[in-house]
Design a protein around this ligand. Structure first.
Ligand SMILES: Cc1cc2nc3c(=O)[nH]c(=O)nc-3n(C[C@H](O)[C@H](O)[C@H](O)COP(=O)(O)O)c2cc1C
Length: 179
């Protein structure tokens, strides 16, 4: 299908984050490119307990369940550039992001994924973003190692790691022409 570009350079940075690593990356991107920064929250939050959330997400991935988002984006049509941030969950795109990309039509917009994970990578998450945004211009994504909640390692975007990720983000944003 023909891609019709949205004539807007207004930026939205929408992200999902449980232990705040993806949130920290979203904030670093925001500092560089500006725009509106929005955390995606659910009507029914996930359980605090790690085993419980892992099991729930596995069931949701299996059944294709789309959790209802509490966060509503006002005037989505006014944005031309959408950064979407998420952790890897069960080697996939987290269900709330599937909800987000299902709910909003991002046709003609530029979509830029970013991710944190426990070291196993992005899995199928970036591919799923492409599948769910068939008429968007998807730019190179960014991914970095975040926490390992399974081993009790939660927030890691501080000290040396924070400095390193900030510089990697700058390099990536330059490469894709965002700064
Ligand atoms: C339910 C769940 C499933 C996860 N599955 C994976 C996985 O498949 N691969 C991986 O590398 N990390 C996995 N992780 C770890 C997170 O991707 C990692 O800790 C990430 O940095 C968390 O981001 P956040 O702090 O923004 O929530 C999982 C975490 C949770 C809570």
């Amino acid at each position: 299908m023909e891609k019709t570009q949205v004539e807007s350079d207004k930026i939205l940075i929408a992200y999902l984050s449980r232990t705040k690593n993806t949130k920290a990356v979203a904030e670093m991107i925001h500092r560089e490119v500006g725009g509106d920064l929005v955390e995606l929250e659910l009507v029914t939050p996930y359980p605090e307990n790690y085993r419980a959330i892992v099991d729930q997400v596995a069931r949701e991935n299996e059944s294709g369940f789309l959790p209802v988002l509490k966060t509503k984006i006002q005037e989505m049509e006014s944005y031309g550039i959408i950064f979407v941030g998420f952790p890897t969950w069960g080697m996939q795109l987290p269900p709330p992001l599937k909800s987000f990309l299902n709910q909003y039509d991002l046709s003609g917009k530029t979509v830029i994924p970013f991710n944190t994970n426990a070291g196993y990578g992005i899995g199928s998450s970036f591919e799923t973003v492409e599948k769910l945004c068939p008429n968007s211009d998807i730019l190179e994504g960014f991914s970095t190692k975040g926490g390992i909640e399974r081993d009790g390692i939660l927030f890691v975007m501080k000290g040396e790691k924070e400095i390193k990720v900030k510089s990697q983000i700058k390099g990536w944003l330059k490469r894709i022409g965002m700064i």
